[in-house]
Ligand binder design. Structure first.
Ligand code: FES
Length: 116
């Protein structure tokens, strides 16, 4: 599985912050694919480390979106997380077993409701 291979996109040594401390690894499922993440890191960071850059598609033009501000202000990174749409992945930490889906448009609630 692609996601289980040690990530080439993760910074392990920073010139100012030093070495990345070892953290417990957890599993997340993204669009049906199992991926590895570090406990406590943000969902967006885990996705980028696993090579995922598109997090949602816009409602009108179906344009792909990913990280933009990275601080929870722009909503470009929203995804459906554990069946809850519009979760800002850049400020939401991963949890073991979390199920994450690419969001299309405004998202849908699993019980038949819609944000449309
Ligand atoms: S990247 Fe802007 S809110 Fe997440």
């Amino acid at each position: 599985m692609k996601g289980l291979i040690e990530s080439m996109n993760r910074i392990k040594h920073h010139i100012i912050l030093g070495d990345l401390e070892e953290r417990k690894k957890v599993k997340i499922v993204v669009d049906g694919e199992e991926m590895e993440a570090m406990e406590g890191e943000m969902i967006a960071a885990a996705l980028l480390a696993n090579g995922r850059k598109q997090f949602r598609y816009t409602k009108r033009y179906h344009s792909p979106r990913g990280i933009y501000c990275g601080i929870g202000r722009c909503t470009d990174c929203i995804m459906t997380v554990n069946a809850i749409p519009n979760v800002r992945t850049c400020i939401t930490p991963v949890e073991n077993g979390m199920v994450i889906e690419t969001q299309k448009g405004l998202g849908k609630w699993k019980r038949g409701g819609s944000c449309v």
